[in-house]
Design a binder for this molecule. Structure first.
Ligand SMILES: *[C@@H]1O[C@H](CO)[C@@H](O)[C@H](O)[C@H]1NC(C)=O
Ligand SMILES: *[C@@H]1O[C@H](CO)[C@@H](O)[C@H](O)[C@H]1NC(C)=O
Ligand SMILES: *[C@@H]1O[C@H](CO)[C@@H](O)[C@H](O)[C@H]1NC(C)=O
Length: 383
């Protein structure tokens, strides 16, 4: 079923190296699929647009839900709703993290009909480093969305963390639990039950890898919980403190997972399919905090939907950058077009007593560089 190719650096290209892209994409391994948590290529399914429509009807009609998911969907329509809304947020974060890269976590198609805004397609190479990132950040996004909804009192089945009661200590001394501590354990538990249910129906390498990355994502939200406190006592002397545990901005999780993407470890599955080991013996073993992947990525230079690549034709690049957003790397050596556009900026700002700043509108010409499309022959070569 799967070919476990020993990787040698095709990823460096889309990673940090400014090397010029070469090599054909590993078309074989890749598939065009829905950017959703169950992004196995087996079924084209999307549970997360369940949204505001009747739970019963919707849950029964979402293709590709496994039984367990269907049950959860019917039983907890309000949780489904928050998962669905949270989807927009992690997609945005994913796109932010990869905005300077050939693979930009972009959606290919937007469905503006019934399920509209939330159902989005992307292409991704299954088993690739990018897939590992998407699994992790989407799982994290689900944890985040559910936990926040709990705290905001939007869900029937959860609330602020009921265990954060009474007194506790930190390095500054004793404090009282108060306010609303985010119930991250509920979010993690639900996300695990719901998302992992899909992977648990099959026992193969891909499922194991996905489960590993899902977990990595869930835990990355917990990692950035922080204690927030309010001081009481005589004129704010802080002799008394009330504290609660709160999730940090989702950006922190995004940044963290992005680092994990850079350091993701290539694995091969064991013969018995019961586990995986690092693909390169001289490499360190994957810990539970590492993202793992088992297929090399295409170079994402050319449009090749089967390989999960949108290509970089038309992408904006930075002429003076030598990084992945530089025209050389972004355009894969095909060159770029330059268009001059006018931009209005605020200028000659003056402080006016009191208290305003007044600026003029100035017109400024800026050059925008966009990657050329591949020449026809080259293009045909790849498809
Ligand atoms: C990685 O794990 C394997 C099996 O668990 C072990 O034999 C090997 O020594 C480990 N390698 C490193 C570098 O820790
Ligand atoms: C990502 O890249 C695709 C293909 O080059 C492009 O069409 C899309 O606008 C980009 N998306 C974002 C969010 O930059
Ligand atoms: C382009 O890249 C240069 C060098 O890395 C950087 O200083 C500059 O801010 C970038 N410009 C834009 C518009 O991102």
């Amino acid at each position: 079923m799967f070919a476990f190719t020993k990787g040698h650096g095709s990823l460096r290209i889309l990673g940090e190296s400014a090397a010029r892209a070469t090599g054909a994409s590993s078309r074989r391994c890749c598939a065009f699929i829905l950017l959703i948590l169950i992004l196995t290529p087996r079924v084209d399914s999307s549970w997360w647009y369940i949204g505001a429509l009747g739970a019963r009807v919707i849950c029964d009609n979402v293709p590709g839900l496994v039984n367990k998911q269907r049950q959860l969907c019917q039983k907890y329509p309000d949780v489904m709703q928050s998962i669905s809304e949270g989807g927009k947020e992690w997609i945005r974060e994913c796109q932010h993290q990869f905005r300077h890269h050939r693979w930009n976590c972009s959606t290919i198609e937007r469905d503006h009909t019934v399920f509209g805004r939330v159902m989005q397609r992307t292409s991704i190479c299954v088993g690739s480093r990018e897939a590992a990132f998407v699994y992790a950040i989407s799982s994290a996004g689900v944890v985040y969305a559910i936990t926040r909804a709990c705290s905001q009192g939007e869900l029937r089945t959860c609330n602020c963390d009921p265990h954060k009661r009474g007194k506790a200590r930190d390095e500054r001394g004793e404090f009282d639990w108060g306010g609303c501590s985010d119930n991250i354990n509920y979010g993690i538990k639900f996300a695990k039950a719901f998302i992992d249910a899909k992977e648990r129906t099959v026992k193969d390498a891909r499922a194991l890898v996905n489960l590993h990355n899902n977990r990595c994502g869930r835990m990355s939200v917990k990692r950035f919980m922080k204690l927030e406190c309010k001081c009481h006592g005589v004129s704010g002397s802080c002799t008394l403190r009330t504290c609660w545990l709160a999730m940090s901005d989702f950006r922190k999780t995004g940044d963290y997972l992005r680092k994990k993407y850079n350091g993701a470890i290539e694995v091969t599955v064991n013969q018995d399919g019961a586990g995986f080991t690092v693909a390169h013996k001289d490499f360190r073993n994957a810990t539970k905090n590492d993202l793992v992947y088992f297929e090399n990525s295409p170079d994402y230079c050319l449009m090749d939907k089967a390989a999960g690549s949108l290509g970089t034709a038309g992408r904006v690049c930075n002429k003076s950058s030598r990084g992945t957003d530089g025209c050389e790397v972004m355009c894969c050596g095909r060159g770029y077009d330059t268009t001059r556009v006018k931009r209005i900026t605020k200028c000659e700002c003056k402080f006016k007593w009191c208290c305003a700043v007044e600026c003029k509108d100035c017109e400024e010409a800026v050059d925008i560089h966009t990657c050329k499309a591949p020449k026809r022959a080259e293009w045909l070569d790849q498809t």
